[in-house]
Design a protein around this ligand. Structure first.
Ligand SMILES: *[C@@H]1O[C@H](CO)[C@@H](O)[C@H](O)[C@H]1NC(C)=O
Ligand SMILES: *[C@@H]1O[C@H](CO)[C@@H](O)[C@H](O)[C@H]1NC(C)=O
Ligand SMILES: *[C@@H]1O[C@H](CO)[C@@H](O)[C@H](O)[C@H]1NC(C)=O
Length: 588
């Protein structure tokens, strides 16, 4: 790592293009662009669906004041989720032709009651069946769209006997970012206050990997590529990292220009390129392998890009805006780059495809763009750069590319990752298929034989051993598992309802571990015969000694953590002995 840039933005003027009577106009929240070409925003206590030409399609009154800083979230068929006043509202507008759109509280107390828990962010699965909510100090909750809690997890888990998460400091450690979904992998990414990035399975309370970035910075933005890559942007360090989604390993790391801290959300297009605008006036685009292309349509010296690009609905092109300032000064003070600017003079809007470098359209403001929405309902609101860019993207101005649905885009981007794996086989396809079929058939026959033998011998053995005591044992294990299940449900309920500290999560972790252990014992059918064998003393077994030595620990400073956990059965012992070996590997 060489020298790092830190941007401190003293004065960043948001380009406000409305006339001088701004106080009469209302501010709009961050927008949500949907496949249907509409734009969803809220303002004060109203929710709006705009047509891309600026006409209001429908509007709805909310009982709460909305949060301008967070965009509404797409929630599957005819649904939108909105964070207001520490609650989550679900707005249903699916059958707008037959009924009025309606809103109800999905998470948090109803009207008139104070919401105590702070909602940091939420994500919704593609089909809208599951909603993942990060509640400050309480953890991450997965809810079914009908409202049933599926699972919850805190930042600390005990898996295979090791503490995972918040390794350096357990005090005040909590999930600090919006949960981000990787639709191809079925993973959730989330960071905690200690600068650790987690990869979780969407299905259960289980960490796939954890990366510790605290040595770089604790504040970063997570952007899924949905193509086998995950991107992490460090605004304060002006760095972009690409990670491998399977292991969490850093594939490449690139410096960019200083970023505005407020809004540094990059976008990943369908070619797998990641693009982000910088205060140095350039749009930075990186290919999946980390090759940089810089774009600037006007003199970069006097301009800046401060709102993230928007993806056009084909997924290939992006809409970007560059603002020309009357004056801009960049100074480097030690490690920090300080960008100060005064008064926006003009803006330039551009549609381009980063992968090819083709520019389809470019127009400046003031100019033709200024008159586009001047007669529409949109003119009653404060038009800032971000809103204007969103409407240009939604109206698909200047792009010849075909629109694609979310499903089509995901299918192609997810397959980019798979073709990498599959392209290794470039032989005669027919021969390979035949060979695979033959091999599968052979395997099936073998499996059948082995099963038959095992069952046969197990039965033979059972005949002369105490079947009764074995069954008793299983029965008691089952009862114990049931009791644990009950405790887990109770604890989860508790976690969902009130603020708890990490101790409860620890306790929960312990119990879940105990249950897993029992489940494992219950599923060990082939040790039936060993149930009552007179066990040899463990310590004399050389195998055991060898295994114990394979634990390896290294300095906690290592930034890259991968965990492998292998199960293997011990060569002796009662049915109740835990045959488990853990191996932890740290790689730098
Ligand atoms: C805007 O678009 C909608 C639907 O596409 C259409 O009904 C309406 O007439 C348009 N308004 C203007 C001012 O063009
Ligand atoms: C852990 O975090 C708390 C709160 O952020 C802080 O007060 C404490 O000093 C930290 N401990 C260590 C060892 O860094
Ligand atoms: C991270 O960013 C937030 C909001 O911008 C800020 O309040 C917080 O202090 C930052 N944390 C660190 C460790 O820099």
């Amino acid at each position: 790592m060489t020298h790092l840039l830190v941007s401190l933005v003293f004065v960043v003027l948001v380009g406000t293009f409305s006339s001088s009577f701004i106080s009469a106009y209302h501010l709009l929240s961050k927008p949500l662009l949907r496949d249907d070409g509409r734009i969803y925003v809220c303002s004060q206590d109203n929710f709006f669906a705009f047509e891309s030409n600026g006409t209001i399609a429908w509007t709805m009154h909310l009982d709460y004041k909305c949060n301008l800083g967070t965009a509404p979230v797409h929630g599957g068929h005819g649904k939108i989720y909105l964070v207001v006043d520490n609650r989550i509202l679900v707005i249903s507008y699916g059958n707008i032709a037959t009924s009025e759109p309606e809103s109800k509280v999905f998470f948090g107390p109803g009207p008139g009651r104070v919401a105590e828990a702070e909602i940091i962010g939420l994500s919704v699965s593609t089909l809208g069946s599951t909603i993942y909510i990060n509640v400050k100090n309480r953890g991450l909750f997965a809810y079914h769209s009908h409202g049933r809690l599926i699972w919850s997890v805190g930042p600390v888990l005990y898996q295979f006997g090791y503490r995972q998460g918040c390794r350096k400091n357990l005090t005040d450690c909590y999930f600090a970012s919006v949960p981000v979904l990787d639709q191809c992998e079925g993973s959730i990414y989330i960071s905690n206050t200690e600068g650790e990035l987690y990869c979780l399975s969407v299905r259960s309370r289980y960490f796939r990997w954890i990366q510790d970035f605290s040595s770089l910075d604790k504040n970063f933005t997570i952007t899924p590529g949905n193509n086998g890559h995950l991107f992490v942007t460090f605004p304060a360090k002006a760095l972009v990292l690409a990670l491998d989604v399977f292991s969490g390993n850093v594939l490449w790391q690139r410096s960019i220009g200083p970023l505005s801290k407020v809004d540094s959300a990059p976008v990943v297009d369908s070619n797998g390129w990641i693009s982000i605008g910088s205060l140095d006036g350039f749009l930075y685009s990186f290919s999946p392998t980390g090759v940089l292309k810089k774009f600037s349509r006007m003199n970069a010296e006097n301009s800046m890009i401060q709102v993230g690009p928007f993806l056009d609905c084909s997924g290939f092109a992006i809409y970007s805006s560059q603002i020309e300032m009357e004056g801009k000064v960049s100074r480097t003070i030690g490690e920090y780059t300080v960008v100060s600017a005064i008064r926006p003079k003009a803006a330039l809007f551009t549609v381009l495809v980063p992968a090819t470098g083709s520019i389809y359209w470019s127009e400046s403001y003031p100019g033709h763009v200024s008159t586009l929405f001047s007669e529409s309902d949109l003119s009653q609101f404060v038009m800032n750069e971000e809103i204007l860019l969103a409407f240009l993207a939604a109206s698909r101005i200047g792009t010849p590319l075909q629109c694609r649905t979310i499903g089509q885009k995901l299918a192609s981007s997810c397959s980019q990752e798979r073709t990498k794996l599959v392209s290794i086989y470039t032989g005669n396809e027919r021969a390979i298929v035949l060979f695979l079929l033959f091999e599968s058939a052979l395997l099936l026959v073998l499996i059948g034989l082995v099963r038959f033998c095992c069952t046969f011998w197990a039965k033979e053995k059972l005949k002369d051993q105490g079947l009764g005591s074995f069954l008793d044992k299983r029965c008691s294990l089952r009862l114990k598992k049931k009791a644990l299940d009950r405790t887990i449900t109770e604890l989860e309920q508790k976690v969902a309802e009130e603020t708890v500290d990490n101790e409860v999560f620890e306790k929960l972790g312990d119990i879940v571990r105990e249950r897993e252990c029992i489940e494992r014992k219950l599923s060990t059918t082939y040790s039936l015969g060993r149930d009552r064998t007179h066990s040899r003393p463990k310590s004399v077994l050389p195998v055991q000694m060898g295994k114990a030595k394979s634990y390896s620990f290294q300095d906690a400073k290592q930034k890259n953590v991968t965990m492998f956990n292998t199960l293997s059965d011990t060569s002796s012992g009662e049915i109740s002995s835990e045959g488990e070996t853990n191996k932890e590997t740290y790689s730098g």
